[in-house]
Design a protein around this ligand. Sequence first.
Ligand code: SAM
Length: 275
Amino acid sequence: MLCRMTDAPKPSPLASPEPWNLVADDYAIELLPMFELFSKDALKLAPTHAGAKVLDVACGPGTLTLLAAEAGCSVSSLDFSPQMVRNLKRRLNGAQQGADVREGDGQALPWGDGEFDAAFSMFGLMFFPDRAKGFSELHRVLKPGGAAVVSSWAPFEGIFVSIMSAVREVLPDIPFGSGKGPLGDPDEFASELRGAGFSEVSVQPITHILPGDTPAEFWAQTQRTTAPVVLLKNRLGEAEWRRVTQGVVERLEAQYGKDPVEVKTTAYLGFGRKS
Ligand SMILES: C[S@@+](CC[C@H](N)C(=O)[O-])C[C@H]1O[C@@H](n2cnc3c(N)ncnc32)[C@H](O)[C@@H]1O
């Protein structure tokens, strides 16, 4: 039917490398400490030994790659954003660590079957247009007995929710960040892992609370590091964005005042083993 064509969901803008290139440098500086906490949790969930072959899919600036390389694992890493890959290589050089780093699509991994002891995709596979392919590729490249950990965001809380509501209030015509995100339902997450052939599947929430910045600085950081917000900013142009910023900061300060606000983030960590 013709209407199928027009009714097909539009691919998310986050399914292309451009928005990730735009945020890559600030991400590597400002977000890495928070994301690193979840990579440490993932490495505890699928413990690796020195010399283990570890894969980091949608590695970004190498948040998990660096931790695994420093623990003596032999790490392979892939991301489709050239700027993220450049930042990972720079960080590896700085830490005097090595890894097999490649630019490419996580839905078509350039490695053979059964190569890895453990495979991770931290806050990356969740954005793939074909998640089933992402999960089955992780499964394919694992050795029998190997483990995978994939992470996603639980529904946002606190200042994240306030930012999204403030943007929606200032820009009522733009559908922005409402509802559950991809892999945001633990039961569906588990069933996607099982669907790819994983056993011993579990999905668990993990929360970290971080000392935050003032609401105004938190919004400024969000504009530098959060890909959908950067895309929106580029689309609206300078003048309109100034109006958005003023409206968002006014609303945040009315709710939280001007002092630093604690940031609570919860991720789902999905685990599966290849039988
Ligand atoms: C939120 S960042 C997470 C980076 C890193 N894993 C971490 O935990 O900090 C998402 C990453 O997924 C990458 N990505 C998204 N879709 C991808 C795809 N289809 N193939 C490869 N990388 C992808 C982006 O370029 C970006 O670096």
